[in-house]
Design a protein around this ligand. Structure first.
Ligand code: GLA
Length: 700
């Protein structure tokens, strides 16, 4: 709900658990008043002290450091992280925004601010999602005056009550994504960002949660603020505490190497940022974030159905794929019960390793004399879905495309080209390159009758110097291509992949049905990866070339039992990635049984909340409770590795059940209340590669 109290010029935005308030000060500038636990009488709120600001008009510099501008700008006397920095045509780089008008349309507030001297308006949009306990914010900058430069334009700034806080986000590297990073917000700034052109790099992700330092939240208790930026390019998260104790969070497009200009009557809209507050710990936060994805962000239609079980050629065969082998695989894939056959890298002309051929998207005649159509047809005849890997944004120097269009590549004529994985980036901001990529995608999707597309991206972006707003334009072009295929082929399943999980952001959610969480398929590492990934992304999105992969594992050589790999594979979007042509009979029989069982619980797993009951990072035991959104069923996965004798759990307290309902576990019944307060006794998990699944079903 949104309310406006005209006597105090006070705006109140309310969700189920939070109140967010700001008011206009004496100078008509909107200043933050409060954000936190829901207030019974928010109309009591008022601006006080510096924010009210007597001295504002007169630039009383000694007080200005206390300012909590709703959308802070770079202006004289304000030195904290700003959301907006503009250089006007006369050289003035100072934006002084005051109230112009506002409009409340249902759950959306449009607050228009203006710079009274220059013809600039800024519209701040607040969309309140009551049930998700979130507010979506973005800003639109409208220039009605002379050409100006935008040197920085974040989506939002917001403030926490003065205090001491700690923040959590995820960082990592290729194959080691989503490692939890906990930092205290002390005086100064904590900055998480990427400058690499891909959202997460995957070194940081555009998601952060914040809790009180003295009274920190746990998984099931305590208050948590959080923010997630829906952007698929360079982002910046700034957590700042200034010397007056003001705590500000700023999030948006990174201003690194980015300046863009607005001509008269042009405007720019920032990406959306979702900010939220819950009281109920990190599990509650994840639940709200899942709701946002289930009911708002994810592609309608596809999200209501379980994701098919993939068999992917990458881990077992890498680039060594050909017609004979792939045709021989089809009955095997069918036999184990997988549903979608994916040919990964290696299917196109000359692509025998990762040093050549990107850009030449024609099936290799030598290895596929009859084209890929025959494989697609045979897969379909066998009742399988069929999918393909592409990497549209990239090119190798050793390719026909490069020979034809050396000017399509990001490079500096005076410098050697930067190459990563021996490849370069196509400049998709050029209309002819964009068209090439679009046509290529249309052609492969229709010619090979694709049901699924894996869109990969295996390097960072560099040599962007030709346009000072290149990074922003690149992301817009990327989204344009994704939008085209999403809307032209609405039932096509799309997996977004960027050298593992480097595009795990909310900007990609409307276009993705699955995300390559990581290229690391070692189950012991995955226990940690999945906990981080699923904190802010739906567990059903946890993809990858094979989460039931080969043993010994391709990344680290670890030998693990099939049961452990298969159970873990069920916790995300299952994909099988071991060689079915040479597999031992017992492994074929084994995976068949696991898949058969998985299919019985998958509809619920793919539409559920995941509560973290125990973290492998704390005690070597991961306990994950997947819970149907209507709370009529739960499936609890227990994984243990490297547990010392005498350690580990023998009782687990479930969460999120209906207290008055009765649930059945292994033939015995319990009330939801007992299972949540007393818990459920389990066999102590121990040793290595231990896994168990417990089903909890409401008796109706
Ligand atoms: C990237 C992806 C992998 C695989 C390879 C193919 O590394 O993350 O899953 O598709 O490319 O080259």
């Amino acid at each position: 709900m949104i309310r406006y109290f005209s006597d105090k010029q006070l705006f109140i935005l309310e969700t189920q658990s939070s109140t967010y308030a700001f008011a206009l000060n004496d100078h008509d500038a909107p200043m933050s008043v409060y954000y936190g636990a829901k207030l019974f009488s928010p109309e009591d709120l008022e601006l006080i002290g510096a924010d009210k600001m007597d001295g504002y008009r007169f630039r009383e510099y000694t007080k200005m450091f206390k300012y909590r501008h709703e959308y802070s700008t770079y202006e004289r006397g304000v030195y904290d992280e700003e959301a907006l920095k503009i250089r006007y045509s006369d050289g003035v780089s100072d934006v002084d925004l005051v109230y112009d008008c506002h409009e409340i349309k249902g759950n959306t507030l449009l607050l228009t601010l203006k710079d009274e001297v220059y013809s600039l308006k800024v519209v701040l949009t607040y969309e309140v999602f009551e049930n998700f306990d979130m507010i979506k914010r973005y800003a639109t900058i409208i220039n009605n005056g002379n050409k100006l430069s935008i040197e920085k334009c974040l989506s939002a700034t917001f403030y926490l009550p003065n205090g001491n806080y700690i923040s959590n986000t995820f960082a990592g590297n290729w194959a080691k994504e989503f490692t939890k990073v906990t930092t205290e917000i002390t005086e100064g700034k904590v900055v998480y960002e990427t400058r690499r052109g891909v959202t997460s790099g995957p070194h940081f992700v555009p998601f952060v949660s914040i809790t009180d330092k003295q009274n920190p939240a746990t998984e099931n208790r305590g208050s948590v603020y959080f923010a997630s930026l829906a952007y698929s390019g360079n982002f910046k998260t700034v957590l700042e505490k200034n010397h007056a104790g003001t705590v500000k969070i700023a999030m948006g497009i990174n201003d690194f190497d980015t300046v863009f200009s607005l001509d008269k009557n042009e405007s720019f809209t920032t990406p959306d940022v979702y900010i939220g507050y819950v009281d109920g710990g990190y599990n509650k936060m994840s639940e709200k974030l899942y709701d946002l994805q289930f009911d708002y962000l994810c592609p309608r239609g596809n999200i209501d159905k379980p994701f098919p079980i993939i068999y992917n050629s990458w881990y077992p065969y890498l680039f060594d794929v050909n017609e004979e082998k792939l045709l021989a695989l089809i009955p095997k894939i069918k036999e184990i019960g997988a549903e979608l056959f994916v040919i990964d890298d290696g299917w196109f002309t000359n692509r025998v390793d990762d040093r050549r051929a990107l850009g030449d998207w024609q099936a290799c005649k030598k290895r596929f004399p009859n084209g890929l159509g025959i494989i697609s047809d045979k897969a379909h005849e066998a009742g399988l879905l069929f999918g393909l890997w592409v990497e549209p944004e990239m090119i190798n120097e050793d390719s026909e495309l490069y020979a034809l269009h050396p000017d399509w590549v990001l490079k500096y004529e005076t410098r050697p080209m930067s190459k990563m994985r021996t490849q370069m980036v196509l400049d998709i901001t050029k209309p002819e390159v964009y068209e090439f990529c679009k046509n290529m995608l249309d052609r492969v999707i229709t010619e090979y009758k694709l049901d699924y597309l894996k869109w990969d991206m295996n390097r960072y972006i560099a040599e962007t110097g030709k346009d000072s707003d290149f990074f922003v334009k690149y992301t817009q072009a990327l989204w344009g291509l994704y939008k085209h295929i999403r809307y032209t082929y609405p039932t096509l399943l799309i997996e977004n992949c960027a050298h593992g999980g480097a595009r795990s952001d909310y900007g990609m959610m409307p276009y993705s049905d699955r995300i390559n969480r990581s290229d690391n398929s070692d189950p012991v590492d995955v226990l940690k990866l999945h906990e981080g990934f699923s904190t802010y992304i739906l567990p059903r999105y946890a993809g990858g070339a094979g989460n039931v992969a080969t043993s010994p594992n391709g990344q680290n050589g670890r030998v693990t039992p099939l049961k452990f790999r298969a159970h873990l594979g069920m916790t995300g979007s299952m994909s099988v990635g071991f060689d079915l042509l040479t597999a031992k009979k017992e492994d074929i029989e084994g995976i068949k049984e696991y898949i058969k069982y998985y299919k019985t619980i998958r509809p619920m797993l793919h539409s559920s909340y995941l509560y973290r009951l125990s973290s492998v990072l704390d005690n070597g035991v991961a306990v994950w409770q997947y819970t149907a959104r209507d709370r009529s069923k739960a499936v609890v996965f227990i994984f243990a590795h490297g547990v010392r004798w005498g350690e580990g759990l023998d009782n687990i307290k479930l969460v999120g059940l209906k207290p008055h309902a009765r649930y059945e576990i292994n033939g015995k019944t319990y009330s939801g209340d007992t299972l949540m307060k007393y818990g459920h006794n389990i066999r102590k998990p121990g040793g290595d590669y231990y896994s168990e699944i417990i089903e909890v079903t409401e008796i109706k």
